[in-house]
Design a protein around this ligand. Structure first.
Ligand code: M6R
Length: 633
């Protein structure tokens, strides 16, 4: 949600800014803009409602110079997507510009005060308040500095870094803000520096050779530098071409750690695929292999994790698990609930993070919390995790993005190793989350009653999963044919039971988010308690029904739909002849052990959603109104 880039160095700022913004497009946005500063011609500010391509065209037609610059993609919160509301925002009479991610909760109060001081607002955003507030702080600091000069004259002064004043002006403003921010500020009179700060919204610095970069995550840095500094909350960074200085909002200097950026060019490039979503669907055999690498211990008939930071004795004492997440990650948590309860026999509760953060449920000692998140930046998940941590519960993360806020704040956890997921619709991260939860169930089970043979059987089953997924991907053309057949449906029911119920929810979510077709996921047997009223000739029902203990019962649910004239699409195991006489369309997936069915049966549902969306000419990777990581409440 929103993206920030910045550059200081000898190069042409717009080159990195535009490329960086393109790489951040996946985060979701509806307008964009850049500001550059040159010693000769001062500010250049270009904004655009809509895509980066339009912004690049404007800059191509009227090039702008400058070796220092910031850029932004905005996902509208305060005020619609218009040019005046697009960032960067100008503070004072043009002394500075600001780009900002996050939400300032007390902006109205601050705005009224600043208007009282004579500031004129040109946008409806909360961000413009920050711009004028820094300017107002600057004015006050200048007054103080005038007095200090007097002190210097009398021998009490000390030498200062020339950017100290910028830092102090930003610090003074930040202390008055309530809310979240990742921001970057440029000052007209200091064209060689950018001041950046974060609280609740990610920001990284790329360390180059005689140049520095700023970005919301590591993807814009690929190809420019592999040295990255992850800023933490309450940190302020000052970047110039040659130097990076990090300070704490309340305290002074902070030693920063330069880490190696692990992303590769192929991770952020489309390659032969028309969309990132399709690329990521097809990457699943590999992302699953990566998620298992080094984690299957045949010796112990168990899983192996490096970062749980809890001893087997401590984990043995866990008598309840809470899995908290949002969206697709919440669906993965539901699969986790079935698996952990089945394999490890530990009671599990799955909580929407947005509810958990305010619900205040009684949580007994011995409860272990897992926050599940692809991005590691989802605000509700972060808030729920912090609340649980505050109460003293061990809080772990299952996360994809290394260096993300949740990954850093958790007491420990498990990385997905799925590689960057750029399509807004989560696909490979979902299967990796389900995989990790299966491994976790095995690990916890082996700490308790689960026998060596059963553990070995699960490991052998998991080893074969990438191959099963490869086979499931062969349904692609069949999924496309079915997508074309049901293209005009305005509502689709997704039905499954037990381990296939979360798959129904996830399949329906995939369709909704990228095709804008309404879809409802339901436990198949629950359908007759209400949703069956929706069934008619125009409303297809998609059943996820590989073999299981409840297979025959699901067949009965299919009969109920057919008796009411509803078309049925059935996702079944290969060789299932029984369903062919009933269903209108059949998608066959490989026959697999029940515990890994969710990893395989989701694949045709992802493909079906993808094809319906592309046949409808939807912007699959950047669906309307959605953001990749939701960093607002
Ligand atoms: O990054 P997270 O896993 O925390 O994101 C949670 C949801 O916002 C996310 O899964 C969302 O539902 C996706 N658009 C699903 O495709």
């Amino acid at each position: 949600m929103c993206g920030i880039v910045g550059y200081v160095g000898p190069g042409k700022a717009t080159e990195f800014l535009l490329e960086g913004l393109r790489r951040l497009e996946y985060r979701g946005y509806d307008s964009c803009g850049v500001a550059t500063l040159s010693k000769k011609s001062g500010w250049s500010l270009v904004k655009q409602v809509g895509r980066i391509a339009g912004l690049a065209e404007k800059i191509h037609d009227s090039p702008i110079g400058g070796r220092t610059g910031v850029g932004h993609t905005r996902w509208a919160t305060h005020g619609p997507a218009t040019e005046p509301n697009a960032h960067p925002h100008v503070g004072g009479d043009g002394r500075l510009v600001v780009v900002h991610n996050g939400v300032i909760e007390n902006y109205q109060k601050l705005k009224a005060r600043l208007q009282g001081e004579g500031y004129v607002f040109r946008s409806a955003t909360d961000t413009e308040v920050i711009a004028h507030l820094i300017d107002s702080c600057w004015n006050r600091l200048e007054l103080d500095a005038a007095e200090a000069k007097h002190e210097i004259a009398s021998g009490n002064g000390a030498a200062h870094d020339p950017t100290d004043l910028l830092v102090e002006a930003v610090r003074c403003a930040l202390k008055q803000l309530r809310g979240t921010y990742g921001l970057a500020v440029m000052f007209r009179d200091y064209p060689d520096a950018i001041v950046a700060a974060r609280l609740g919204s990610p920001l990284v610095v790329g360390v180059g050779d005689g140049e520095h970069y700023l970005a919301s995550d590591g993807s814009p840095l690929v190809g420019y530098t592999d040295k990255i500094v992850y800023l933490a909350d309450s940190q302020i960074a000052v970047i110039t071409a040659d130097a990076l200085r990090v300070l704490h909002l309340e305290e002074g200097h902070v030693d920063h750690l330069v880490e190696k950026l692990e992303l590769q060019a192929q991770d952020v490039e489309l390659g032969p695929y028309p969309h990132y979503m399709l690329k990521e669907i097809f990457e699943q055999p590999e992302s699953l292999r990566n998620g298992m690498r080094g984690r299957l211990s045949f010796e112990d008939a168990s899983a192996r994790f490096g970062g749980l930071n809890l001893t087997p004795q401590q984990l043995r004492g866990v008598n309840k698990i809470i899995l908290t997440a949002c969206g697709t990650s919440w669906h993965a948590a539901l699969v986790g609930e079935y698996l952990i309860e089945k394999i490890a026999r530990i009671p599990v509760e799955v909580e929407y993070a947005s509810e958990l953060r305010y619900r205040n449920p009684p949580v007994e000692p011995g409860t272990l919390i897992f926050a599940i998140t692809q991005s590691g930046e989802t605000l509700d998940t972060l808030a729920a995790m912090r609340e649980m941590k505050r109460k003293g519960h061990p809080t772990l993360a299952i996360c994809n993005v290394v260096g993300s806020t949740i990954a850093k704040e958790a007491d420990g956890g498990i990385f997905l190793h799925a590689g960057p997921e750029i399509g807004v619709a989560s696909t490979k991260a979902y299967t990796s989350q389900v995989l990790v939860l299966t491994l976790l169930a095995l690990y916890l089970g082996r700490l308790r009653h689960l026998g060596y043979d059963e553990g070995t059987h699960i490991l052998k089953t998991l080893e074969r999963v990438p191959g099963y997924v490869e086979k499931a991907l062969l349904t692609d053309s069949e999924c496309r044919r079915i997508a074309a057949k049901y293209l005009h449906a305005t509502n689709i029911l997704y039905l499954g039971r037990q381990l296939n119920f979360p798959t129904a929810l996830e399949g329906a979510l995939k369709l909704k988010e990228i095709s804008y077709v309404h879809a409802e996921g339901y436990p198949a047997a629950e359908m007759k308690h209400g949703p069956i009223a929706l069934v008619d000739e125009e409303t297809p029902s998609l059943f996820i029904m590989p073999h299981s203990a409840v297979y025959e019962k699901v067949v009965a649910n299919v009969e109920e739909i057919k008796a009411r004239g509803g078309p049925v699409i059935a996702v079944v195991e290969e060789g299932d002849t029984q369903i062919r006489r009933l269903a209108d369309d059949v998608i066959e997936i490989p026959r697999v052990d029940e515990i890994v069915q969710p990893l395989v049966s989701i694949v045709p549902l992802q493909l079906l959603a993808y094809h319906i969306a592309t046949l409808k000419n939807r912007d699959v990777d950047k669906p309307r109104n959605l953001a990749k990581s939701v960093t607002v409440e």
